[in-house]
Design a protein around this ligand. Sequence first.
Ligand SMILES: NC(=O)c1ccc[n+]([C@@H]2O[C@H](COP(=O)([O-])OP(=O)(O)OC[C@H]3O[C@@H](n4cnc5c(N)ncnc54)[C@H](O)[C@@H]3O)[C@@H](O)[C@H]2O)c1
Length: 248
Amino acid sequence: MGRLAGKTALITGAARGIGRAIAIRFAAEGANLLLCDLNLDGLREVAAEAESMAVETLCLRTDVASRDQVQALVDEGMARFGMIHALVNNAGIFFNAPFEQTTDQQYDRIMAVNVKSVFLVSQIVIRHWLQRETKGAIVNLASIGAAVAFVDSSAYCMTKGAVATLTRCIALEYGPRGIRANSMAPGIIDTPMLPSVEDNENWANNTIPLRRLGEPRDVADVALFLASDESRYITGEMIFVDGGWMLN
Ligand SMILES: NC(=O)c1ccc[n+]([C@@H]2O[C@H](COP(=O)([O-])OP(=O)(O)OC[C@H]3O[C@@H](n4cnc5c(N)ncnc54)[C@H](O)[C@@H]3O)[C@@H](O)[C@H]2O)c1
C-alpha cells in the first residue's frame, strides 16, 4: 500500500519543476491530488501522468496570491475529496536584482507570491482542519536563502526567511491541535526557475559536497516524508536539501 494511500494532497505551483515532481511522487504513493498553478495546460499534463497511477486529480487555475481564488480552490477541493491531508506550499518566483535597483513592483509581487500565498493557503486550509477530527500536515518551500545571504537576491531571501518563520509559528500555535508544519530549504535544484543551468552545473561539480545540482525528485522525496505519518513527531523544522552546500 502507498505511503499516502487514501489521502489527498494540495500542491501549489504544480505545473512544472519541484511542484510537478512532488505531485508525481505523491501520486506514486497513492495520494489524490488537488493541483493549482497559473499554467493550466502544464497542470493537465501532470494530472494525466498522475491519473495513470490510478489516483484522482482536480486541477484549478489559481493565483495563490489572491484570497478569493485560494478560497475557491480549497472549497472545491474539500467538496470533491472531503479532506486535504497534506498541503505543500510550493508556488514561488525568483529574480536577480541588486538591492538598490529592486523596484516596488518586483518587491510587491515576490512578497505576494512567495509569502502572502503561504499565509493565505495555510490559513484557509487550517480553518477547514479546525472543524474536523482529522488534521493534516503543511510542507513549505523555503530555501537556503532563508538561512544565508546571497548577492542580488535580497527580496527573494527575505521571502524565504518569512516562509521559514511562518512555518515555525504555525507549528507552535497549532501543534496542540494536531497540525504539523515543516519547511524544506533546497539548495540549487535543476528546474526552469534557474537562469543558467550550465554555469550552475560547473559550479556544483566544484563546490557542492555531493558534487551535483539537486534534482526535483531530491526535494520530492523529502516532501513525501514530511507529508506522511513517518514524520509524525517532527514539526517546526526546516530541512536542508542542498547536497551539503551549507557545510561550506
Ligand atoms: N529551483 C531551485 O533551485 C529552488 C531552490 C530553493 C527553493 N526553491 C523553491 O521551490 C519552489 C518551486 O521552485 P521551482 O524551481 O520548481 O520553480 P518553477 O519556476 O520551475 O515552478 C514554479 C511554479 O509555480 C507557479 N507559480 C508561480 N507563480 C504562481 C502564482 N502566483 N500562483 C500559482 N502558481 C504560480 C509557476 O507557474 C510554476 O509552475 C519555489 O517556492 C522556489 O522558491 C527552488
